[in-house]
Design a protein around this ligand. Structure first.
Ligand SMILES: C[S@@+](CC[C@H](N)C(=O)[O-])C[C@H]1O[C@@H](n2cnc3c(N)ncnc32)[C@H](O)[C@@H]1O
Length: 317
C-alpha cells in the first residue's frame, strides 16, 4: 500500500463524491444509508482514506501521548469515565473468560479488561503497529503478574484475520472507523461462542452530530480543498441504534441485549426545560455529568453524542 500514491490519485480523480451536495449527504446520512448509496469505486476510496488517520494521525503514531497520556500504564481510575464505567458493568455482568478487543489503541481500557478477574485470555488487534508495539512489552509484563493469564496481539486489519473462539468481543471507539458494518459484524460474529457477547462504546450519529456537520458545511469547513484530499473522506460516520439493529438482524445470530444513549445535548430553546425535567426524573448522570438513558428506542436518543451496546450471540432462532 502506498498512501502517497493514493492521495495523488484522489486529487486527480473526477468523482461525484467531491461535489458539495454529494459530500454533504455522504457525511450527514446514517452510515448504512450513505454506504449503500455509494458506488463500489467510491467505497474503495473511503476504505483507503480510513487507513490514513489510523496510520498517520499524530496521536496514533505516538501512543505514549495518545488521549492526553491515557495509556495502558496510566494510574487514572478507569471508572471515572462513562466508557470505563459501562465496560466495568459489562464485565461484571458477563464475566468473560476470553476477550477479543478490536482497536485497543494505547490500551487505557485494555488494562481494565486484562485486570478483570474472570478474563484469562486476551486477544488484541490493531491496524496501527505503533499501538501493538507499545502494548506488547506491557502485556508481556502484565502476563507475568496474573495467574493463568495469556494474550496474543495482532497487527493489521481485523478483516483479514481469523480469530480463536472467544466469549466476548469489545470495541471502544473503533466501530466508527469501519464503514462496512455488514461485513464487520458478519466476520466478528464467527469467533464469538454461543451465548458470547459484544460490547461497543462509540460516538453516535444523531441530532448534535448532524447539526455540527451542517454548521461546518455552512461555514465552508468542508470546502473544495478539503474534499480534494483523500484524508477528508475518512469515515467518521458515527453509530446509531437503528443501524446496529438492522445490521444484527441482517447478519443473524446477534441480538441487542442493552443499549445506552449518553451525553445528551439539547437545542437552546428546549435545553433548560429538558434538563430540569431529566433532573426531576432523576435520570442517571455519568461521571462526566452527562445524562444517560437506556433503550434502543428511547426518544431521547436523538439528542445523544455517545452510544453503548451489548449484543449476544445465539444460533437458536
Ligand atoms: C479512536 S481509536 C480508539 C482506541 C481505544 N480503543 C480507545 O478507546 O482509546 C480507534 C482504534 O481502532 C484501530 N482501528 C481502526 N480500524 C481498524 C481495523 N480495521 N482493524 C483493527 N484496528 C483498527 C485504530 O488503529 C485505533 O487504535
Amino acid at each position: 500500500m502506498n498512501i502517497e500514491i493514493w492521495k495523488e490519485d484522489w486529487r486527480q480523480e473526477k468523482s461525484w463524491l467531491k461535489t458539495f451536495l454529494v459530500f454533504y449527504f455522504f457525511r450527514v446520512l446514517r452510515n448504512d444509508i450513505s454506504w449503500r448509496l455509494l458506488s463500489d469505486k467510491n467505497r474503495e476510496w473511503i476504505l483507503r482514506s480510513n487507513l490514513i488517520p489510523n496510520l498517520e494521525r499524530p496521536g496514533y503514531a505516538d501512543p505514549e501521548n495518545y488521549g492526553g497520556g491515557k495509556t495502558f500504564d496510566s494510574k487514572k481510575n478507569r471508572k471515572s469515565t462513562a466508557k470505563g464505567l459501562l465496560l466495568a458493568n459489562y464485565l461484571e455482568k458477563y464475566q468473560p473468560k476470553s476477550v477479543l478487543e478490536i482497536g485497543p489503541g494505547a490500551g487505557f481500557d485494555t488494562r481494565m479488561i486484562c485486570d478483570f478477574p474472570s478474563v484469562k485470555r486476551y486477544v488484541g488487534v490493531d491496524i496501527n503497529p505503533a499501538f501493538t508495539d507499545f502494548l506488547q512489552p506491557r502485556l508481556n509484563k502484565f502476563a507475568l503478574s496474573k495467574k493463568d493469564f495469556s494474550f496474543s496481539l495482532h497487527t493489521g486489519d481485523f478483516k483479514s484475520m481469523a480469530f480463536e473462539p472467544v466469549n466476548s468481543i469489545i470495541f471502544l471507539s473503533a466501530v466508527h472507523h469501519i464503514p462496512d458494518r455488514n461485513e464487520l459484524f458478519a466476520s466478528i460474529k464467527e469467533p464469538l461462542v454461543e451465548g458470547g457477547t459484544l460490547f461497543l462504546y462509540e460516538p453516535s450519529h444523531y441530532l448534535p452530530r448532524i447539526d455540527l456537520i451542517t454548521r461546518k458545511f455552512l461555514r465552508g469547513y468542508y470546502g473544495p480543498k478539503y474534499r480534494n484530499e483523500l484524508s477528508g473522506l475518512a469515515t467518521h460516520n458515527f453509530c446509531t441504534a437503528e443501524e446496529f439493529e438492522k445490521v444484527f438482524h441482517k447478519v443473524g445470530q446477534l441480538k441487542m441485549e442493552k443499549c445506552f444513549h449518553l451525553r445528551l445535548e439539547f437545542p437552546f430553546f428546549v435545553n433548560r426545560i429538558l434538563r430540569a425535567y431529566l433532573n426531576r426524573k432523576g435520570v442517571f448522570r455519568t461521571p462526566e455529568n452527562w445524562f444517560m438513558v437506556e433503550g434502543a428506542n428511547n426518544p431521547l436518543r436523538f439528542f445523544a453524542n455517545r452510544i453503548a451496546v451489548i449484543a449476544q450471540k445465539s444460533t437458536r432462532s
